[in-house]
Design a protein around this ligand. Sequence first.
Ligand code: HEC
Length: 158
Amino acid sequence: MFLRTPIALLTLLIAAIALVAACGNSGESVVAQPTALAPLGEITPITAEPGDSDGEPATSEPAPSGSVVAPAKFITTCGVCHTVAGTDAVGQVGPELTHIGSIASTRTGLDAEAYIRQSIEDPAAFLAPGFGPVMPPGLVGTLGDDFDAVVAYLVSLN
Ligand code: HEC
C-alpha cells in the first residue's frame, strides 16, 4: 500500500516529463521556422540600400548630358552615322561623339567649338583617326537654324 502510491506518482511524473519533452520537441520545430524567416528581414534593408545608391547616380547622370538637350535634327541628321550614349543617335559609320566636347580640342590646333564647327562645315578638312572622308559636306544647310544648337550641344558633351 505504502509503496504503491510513490510508484503511481513516479509513473505520473515520468508520463508528465514525457509529455513536456514531446511538447518541447514540437515547440522547437515551430520555433525553427521564425528563425529561418529572420535572415529575410536582414535582406530587406540590404536590398533597399543599393536601391537608394542606384537612385543617386541615376539622378546625377542625366544632368550633364541633359544640360543641353540633343536637338531633334542632330538625332535625325547626324545620329544615322554617329552615336551619343544615352540618346537615339546610334550610328556606327563615324566616330562616337559621346565625349566630343573633350576630344575636339585635342584633334587640331582649334578649340573644341571651332573644331566641331569645322567638322560640320568642312568634314574633309581634318579626318578623325581611323575614318575616311565619308561625312557629307553641306550638312550646315540641312541643319539650318539648328546649326548653332547642334554645335553647342556637341561642345557640352564632355
Ligand atoms: C554619312 C555619315 C555621317 C553623317 C550623316 C555625319 N557624319 Fe560626322 N563624321 C562621319 C565620319 C565618317 C567622320 C570621321 C571622318 C571625318 O573626320 O570627317 C565624322 C566626323 C565627325 C566629327 C569629328 C569627330 C572626331 O572625333 O573628331 C564631328 C564633330 C561630326 N562628324 C559631327 C557630325 C554632325 C554634327 C553631323 C550632323 C550634322 C554629322 N557628323 C553627320 C560620318 C558622318
